[in-house]
Structures are given as C-alpha cells and as structure tokens.
Design a protein around this ligand. Structure first.
Ligand code: AMP
Ligand code: MG
Length: 319
C-alpha cells in the first residue's frame, strides 16, 4: 500500500507518537520529526544516513515563534524574516539552550525558517512543537520535489508522505548566517541574492572551503544523480566528446533539432528561471532512470535563480 496521503490529522498523530513524516514545502520535501524527541531526530539521521555533524533546519509556524528558538535576532535578520517569511530563506542564529544539541550538531547556532506551503503551515499550527526537516532523500542524492520521489527512496522505511503536490520553488532554501550582525550567505538557494540585497544591501557569500564540513549543503559533491553527469557551456563539443554513448541532455531552453540524442529534457522553453528551478530535480530524477552513459547539463545564465541552479548542477557533477 502507498505511504502517500493527504491526511493532515494522520500526520499530526504520527508526529505526536515520535514517528517521522515526509512533508511538502515550497522548496523540496522534508523528512520531519519533533525537534524535542531524541527518538525522532535519531531516526531522521539514520533513515537518511546523514552524518551527525550535519545540523538540521528547524521549521516553525510563524515569525512570532522565532523567539522560542533563538536568543538574539540581529536587525537585518528581522528585516529579512519580515520580507521573506513564510518563504525559502533559512536564518542561522544564536540558539536558545532548550534546542537539543543533536539538532545543531553541537553548534551554538540553529538554522530556522517558516516554510511557505499551506499544508505544512496547517500541520505546524496543529503541533505543539517545531519540526526538524532535512530534505527527504538519502544523504548526497537528488532532493525530492514530488511525493513519489520520497516514496521511491524510502518505501516502508517511513510511515507516511504528506502529499502537498509538486514543490513550487524546487531547490533548497537560501541559508543566511550572521557575523557581527551582518548577513552572509552560507548556501545559495530558492531566494535569489539580488532579492535579499534589495532589503539589506550587499551580502557576502561565504567561501565554500570555510564552511565545509560544518555545512554539508556546501559539500563539493551533493545533490547527485547516480549517472555520470557533466556541466558544460559548450553543448556541441560535449555531445561530440561522448559520441556513440547513451546521452541524456538537460537543457535550459534550447532545442537541438539536428542531434540524435537518447533522452532530452528542456527546463524552460520560455527561459524562465523560476520554471527551470521548479523542474530541475524532477528532471534529474527522470534522467537518472533512463540507464544513460552520461547526462550532459547545460549551464544556465549566472544571475538570480540561475546562480543557485548552477551551484546545484556543479555539485551534482563532482566525482
Ligand atoms: P537540508 O535540510 O538537507 O537542506 O540541509 C540543511 C543545511 O543547513 C545543511 O547544509 C546544514 O549544514 C545547514 N545548517 C543547519 N544548521 C546550521 C548551522 N547552525 N550553521 C550552519 N549551517 C547550518
Ligand atoms: Mg539536503
């Protein structure tokens, strides 16, 4: 029997019993558990085979709830939360000592956000605790953007996927930390930097090497298909290099009519970066099922969400 269901009260009951439920968000599906339940949180790490040094994002129902999670909120964090919550930005702030160490991997900061999905907001409002919810995929694999992706990964290992339809944003949240009260980007994501800078001015991006291994969202190889994948600016050359092999193409808008290609997915015929982001992981899931020798991905324009998509594709292509 399928574990996919739209029954919010069943999800509430399971979470109250310290079980895990996969939940829909606007970014990707999350594997959720009560942040105060040692059993549930241990089970998140075990089910995902996620290393314990990789802290979890805490999901809360509203901005008002933030003061129960963190000790101190810098002015620019307030501005960003006001502007983008509910929505795909995660703030890393000084934690209250009631937040268990297993959530933060022993750090004194906690990652927190208000997700923008009606089903999950309803769920959070019916619970007496926040939800820790990392992406609902085994560690390092492609993130799930549909209920069926989660079911395919975990089958009977979890009791329920709460179905909220396909994720609208489609890539993970933008993670923002604070140093001397100034915001700094830890992970590119669904909220473009330009939008954040409109609210708080110029924001630096943390050098990947400075963060790893503390933030495995920043690990070089991540979000990866099983099939060998390359990212290129020169499609014609890449296709030529793999002549005679079973090639899958992941294209932004292009239609290469004259090529004999085994499998091809176009992310957005209209060159719409938002549409491309929402389709990205599903496209990688589909390509990965086609028994290809190589997936050739076209680099997207390097601004706005294009920057975040290129970031994910470059991690998917690391060996
Ligand atoms: P996921 O939920 O799977 O998208 O992963 C959550 C991301 O948030 C990971 O890259 C974590 O390393 C990052 N993260 C969570 N808590 C913190 C923290 N306290 N400081 C820095 N990064 C964090
Ligand atoms: Mg993840």
């Amino acid at each position: 029997m399928s574990i996919i269901s739209k029954d919010i009260s069943k999800a509430v009951a399971l979470l109250n019993q310290e079980e895990l439920v996969a939940i829909p968000t606007e970014t990707v599906y999350g594997l959720a558990g009560n942040i105060y339940s040692k059993k549930a949180i241990t089970s998140i790490f075990e089910t995902k085979q996620r290393p314990r040094f990789n802290p979890l994002i805490v999901h809360i129902p509203s901005l008002d709830y933030l003061e129960k999670i963190v000790d101190y909120i810098p002015e620019k964090a307030k501005l960003l939360a006001n502007a983008f919550w509910p929505g795909p930005i995660t703030l890393v702030l000084k934690k209250k000592n009631t937040i268990p160490d297993i959530i933060t991997a022993g750090k004194d900061t906690v990652a927190v956000r208000v997700p923008n999905h009606p089903t999950t907001l309803e769920l959070l409002n019916q619970l007496s605790f926040p939800l820790a919810a990392p992406s609902a995929n085994p560690f390092n694999r492609i993130s799930p953007t549909k209920a069926v992706h989660v079911e395919d990964y975990f089958k009977e290992k979890i009791k329920m996927v709460l179905d909220g339809g396909p994720c609208k944003s489609g890539i993970e949240s933008t993670i923002i930390g604070f140093e001397n009260d100034e915001p700094i980007i830890y992970r590119l994501g669904s909220t473009p930097i330009e939008d954040l800078e409109n609210i708080v001015g110029k924001i630096a991006i943390k050098n990947k090497k400075d963060i790893a291994p503390d933030a495995p969202g920043m690990l070089e190889r991540h979000y990866a298909p099983k099939t060998k994948t390359i990212l290129t600016d020169n499609l014609q050359k890449a296709i030529k290099d793999y002549k005679g092999r079973r090639i899958g193409l992941l294209l932004y808008d292009d239609l290469l009519n004259d090529e004999i290609i085994d499998f091809k997915i176009v992310l957005s015929k209209e060159k719409n970066l938002q549409e491309a982001a929402s389709k990205l992981y599903d496209a990688l899931h589909q390509l990965d099922k086609e028994d290809l020798d190589i997936i050739i991905a076209e680099r997207l324009p390097d601004f706005g969400l294009g920057k975040s998509i290129n970031d994910r594709l470059s991690r998917a292509t690391k060996n």
